[in-house]
Design a protein around this ligand. Structure first.
Ligand code: HEM
Length: 448
C-alpha cells in the first residue's frame, strides 16, 4: 500500500467511526476506546510523515477532515484564524495534536492550555507577571545570551538541536525565577522536553510499564519545582496565584510548563530556524549584519532603542515563524454536536470533539500568501498566526519576549562571534520533531 493509500484509508476509518460514535456515544467507555484506537493509528503515520499526512488529507478531502482521535482538522488560513479568535474557548488537556493521557508525567497538573474559566485567568495572570517586556530588560537578556554563547566558545561549536534548548532553559529560569540551573538540571530538563510524547501514553503505561524511563524525568520535575520555591520571586507569584484561587502546586507546575514546553521548545526551535535561514542566504545575512552594525557598536549597554531599530531582523523572525512554525497545531473542544462537510458528504460529530487548527498549512495557504513556500521578507505579516494570532485570551503570552530574545541572540551572534564552517542546513518535514534544522552545527565557534 502506498503512503497516500494508507493515509486515505485511515480517513475512511475515521468516517466509519464517526457514525458508530453517534450511536454508542462519544464519551462512553466503548466510545473512548474506539477513539484511542484511531488516535494511535493516525498518530503512528503522523510521527513519521506529518507533512504528507496533512497535505494528502487536505488535497483529497478538503480544508476540513478528521484526524487523530476523531478531531476535526482545520487547515486553511481563514479557518484557523477564526478558530483561534473564537471566545470563549473550551479546552481539554491537549498539546496541539498530542493528548495528555498520562497526567502523572506532569505531576497531575493540567497544562495551562487545558484549563478553562477562572483557573485559566489565574495562570494567565501569572504568565503576564513572569514574562518581562524584553525592551525593558534588554541589557540583562544580552548578558545572559552572551554567557551562553561563551559556553559554546569553550566547546568550539554551536549545535542547534542540542545547545539552543539548553541555553533557553537557562535563560528563562534566570528571567522568571532569578535562579541558575546546574548542568545536570539543564540536561534533565532537556530530557523532560524531548520525552513529552510519553505523556500521550495511557497513565498506567507511563507509571508502571515504562517506569524506568519516566521516573527519573518526573523526579527531576519534582525537584526543580522545590527549587522554584526558594526563588526570590516565589512569594510574588504566590500572591498573584492565591488571589486567583490557585494553590502552590498549580502555581509552580504552570510556571514549569511555561518555561519548558511553551518557552524553551518554541523559542529554541524558532531561533534554530532563524540561524538556518541566515546561514543559507548570504545576501540576507550580509544585510542583517549591516543592520546590526548600524544599531549597536557592541560596547555600550544594550538599550531598547537598539532593539527597536532591528526592523530587518524582526521581519526575518516573523517570516521564519511563518514558514517554520514551532507550534504546528492548536486545539480546542466543540461546544455542541453537529455535522461537518467532507467534500460532497456529511459526517456527524459530537459535543466535546476536538477542533484542531493546523498552523503549518494555514501559514502556507496560497489564498493568503503569494508563493507561500518562498521566503519573502516583504510580506505583510501583521496578522501572522504562528503565536496563536493576537488580541484574544488564548494568544501566546510569550510572543514579545521570544522575539526579543531572538533579536538579542542575533545581535550578539553576529557582532561578537565567528565560526569557520557550518554543517548541512536541513529541516525535517517527515519525523514529527520540532521544525528546526536540528543537526546544524556552527563549527570552529569562537569570539571575534
Ligand atoms: C519566551 C518564550 C515563550 C513563552 C514563555 C511562551 C509561553 C506560552 C504560554 C504560557 C502559552 C499558553 C497560554 C495559555 O494557556 O493561555 C503559550 C501559547 C502559545 N504559544 Fe507561546 N511562548 C513562547 C514562545 C513561543 C513561540 C516562539 C511560539 C511560536 C512562534 C509560540 C506559540 C504559541 C502558540 C501557537 C500558543 C497557543 C497554543 C494553544 O492555544 O494551543 N510561543 N505560549
Amino acid at each position: 500500500m502506498t503512503l497516500e493509500e494508507k493515509i486515505l484509508k485511515g480517513h475512511k476509518r475515521q468516517v466509519w467511526l464517526a457514525n458508530i460514535l453517534a450511536k454508542v456515544g462519544y464519551n462512553t467507555p466503548i466510545g473512548k476506546l474506539l477513539r484511542l484506537w484511531v488516535y494511535y493509528a493516525d498518530g503512528i503515520v503522523i510521527l513519521r510523515h506529518w507533512r504528507d499526512f496533512l497535505s494528502i488529507r487536505q488535497k483529497n478531502i478538503g480544508d476540513q477532515y478528521l484526524a487523530v482521535d476523531q478531531a476535526i482538522m482545520h487547515s486553511s488560513y481563514s479557518q484557523v484564524r477564526e478558530l483561534m479568535h473564537g471566545e470563549p474557548q473550551i479546552r481539554g488537556n491537549d498539546l496541539g495534536i498530542i493528548r495528555i493521557l498520562a497526567p502523572s508525567y506532569l505531576l497531575n497538573n493540567p497544562l495551562s492550555l487545558g484549563t478553562n474559566g477562572e483557573e485559566h485567568t489565574g495562570v494567565r495572570a501569572l504568565f503576564i507577571q513572569a514574562l518581562p517586556n524584553p525592551l525593558e530588560v534588554c541589557d540583562f537578556l544580552g548578558a545572559l545570551v552572551n554567557e551562553c554563547l561563551m559556553v559554546a566558545v569553550q566547546k568550539g561549536e554551536l549545535h542547534v538541536g542540542n545547545d539552543l534548548p539548553a541555553m533557553m532553559i537557562q535563560i528563562l529560569h534566570q528571567v522568571v525565577f532569578d535562579i541558575t540551573l546546574t548542568d545536570e538540571e539543564v540536561e534533565a530538563s532537556r530530557k523532560f522536553i524531548k520525552s513529552l510524547p510519553l505523556a500521550s501514553l495511557p497513565n498506567f503505561i507511563s507509571e508502571k510499564v515504562i517506569f524506568p524511563l519516566t521516573a527519573p524525568i518526573i523526579k527531576h520535575r519534582q525537584k526543580l519545582i522545590q527549587k522554584y520555591q526558594r526563588s526570590p520571586k516565589w512569594f510574588s507569584y504566590l500572591e498573584t496565584g492565591f488571589s486567583h484561587g490557585l494553590n502552590e502546586h498549580q502555581i509552580a507546575n504552570s510556571l514549569f510548563d511555561m518555561i519548558h514546553i511553551a518557552g524553551t521548545a518554541g523559542t529554541s526551535a524558532l531561533l534554530g530556524s532563524v540561524i538556518g535561514v541566515l546561514c543559507l542566504d548570504n545576501g540576507l545575512r550580509s544585510n542583517v549584519i549591516a543592520e546590526i552594525d548600524r544599531v549597536w557598536d557592541g560596547n555600550d549597554p544594550l538599550q531598547s532603542v537598539n532593539i527597536a531599530q532591528l526592523t530587518l531582523v524582526y521581519q526575518v523572525i516573523l517570516e521564519t515563524a511563518r514558514l517554520y512554525p514551532p507550534v504546528r497545531f492548536v486545539s480546542q473542544l466543540a461546544p455542541d454536536r453537529g455535522e461537518i462537510n467532507l467534500g460532497t458528504s456529511k459526517c456527524p460529530f459530537q459535543k466535546g470533539t476536538r477542533l484542531l487548527g493546523s498552523i503549518f498549512t494555514a501559514n502556507r495557504d496560497p489564498r493568503k500568501y503569494d508563493n507561500p513556500d518562498d521566503f519573502d521578507i516583504t510580506r505583510d505579516l501583521s496578522d501572522i498566526l504562528s503565536w496563536n494570532g493576537s488580541g484574544h485570551e488564548r494568544a501566546c503570552p510569550g510572543r514579545d519576549l521570544s522575539i526579543g530574545i531572538i533579536q538579542i541572540f542575533c545581535l550578539y551572534l553576529f557582532k561578537k562571534y565567528r565560526w569557520d564552517s557550518i554543517t548541512e542546513v536541513k529541516w525535517d518535514f517527515e519525523k514529527v520533531t520540532a521544525v528546526t534544522p536540528n543537526n546544524l552545527v556552527l563549527q570552529g565557534f569562537s569570539c571575534k
